[in-house]
Design a protein around this ligand. Sequence first.
Ligand code: F6P
Length: 360
Amino acid sequence: MSQRIGIVTGGGDCPGLNAVIRAVAKSASRRGWESLGIVGGYQGLLEPQQCLPLEYRDLDGLLARGGTILGTANRGAFSAKVGHGTSRRLPSQLLGDTKAGFDKLGLTALVSIGGDGSLSIAQQLFEYGIPIVGVPKTIDNDLAGTIFTFGFESAVCCATDAIDRLQTTAESHNRVMVLEVMGRYAGWIAMYAGVAGGADVILIPEIPFCFESIEKAIADREAMGKRFTIVVVAEGARQTGGEFVTSSSEVSQGETRLGGVGAFVTHEIEIRTGKEARCCVLGHLQRGGSPTTFDRVLCTSFGAEAVELVARGEFGRMVAFLGTHVGSVTLLDAVEHLKTVPTKGGLVDTARALGVCLGD
Ligand code: F6P
């Protein structure tokens, strides 16, 4: 059966979105199917519909291009996330209008590329009758059901490069350098970049920290003649018994904007140790630019597999990296809980084995 596939990107942007769009459109085109990009997230399905035909010849240069040529949104009517792991039901009127837009465009399937918020919406649209397939996107790597989301490795490479650069200043000035990285309520970016960059202290949301432990780590290094320390702190890290540090009082659709824990940790380290300390907030640099080699391959495999799922009529599923190959899981399995860093085993044990302080 010939298909007309809609492709929509939702939530925050992330390296690799265009690579997935390319892979879906190319694989679809090889089957003689049409692809239509939905502009501006799910909103583009509503009246007046906004879309971009994706012809084979338009796909050049997309593999390495950052951002999304379709535009995206993580605010507005289609925001489903309302906080740590919880999601909102969309009003049935909105679901109905979206389905009407889908039908009006003559679409036969929708590929939704997004994180937990966009894929929670995808699940609701699926329940409402839209044949939909998800592709896991987020630098945070916090989607369940897949070992890696695309964009994560690119963000980790950016953060690792930042640590390498901070190391030289830390060493030259005998300073404590604190790097705040993104990741929301999961410490994946901090953990991977911290290990890859040889950080001395890594603070993640999954392991509440206390300053005595950080102070001791710095003192132990001084005793060994190491006059500098690198601290990586995830934006969602917090003190034992403390609250998340937020960068503003803005709460949009219930989702608080995290940020500022790096400055807090830096200030406290200066007071407690008397050492000079500086904070660097990496921010949106982690979300920008070209995807890494690994992410390009992952995006391409994800896009091709999404088209396979459409061909097999396997809707309500999300493509997933399962360790040895790309397969799929149900959208429900992917969004029912946030995937956080296990506090036993894996990289946490590796870091501890090397004497990295995790703040506890
Ligand atoms: O989910 C991706 C992410 O970059 C988080 O790591 C971060 O907390 C958030 O989005 C920032 O969102 P915004 O771009 O809306 O400030």
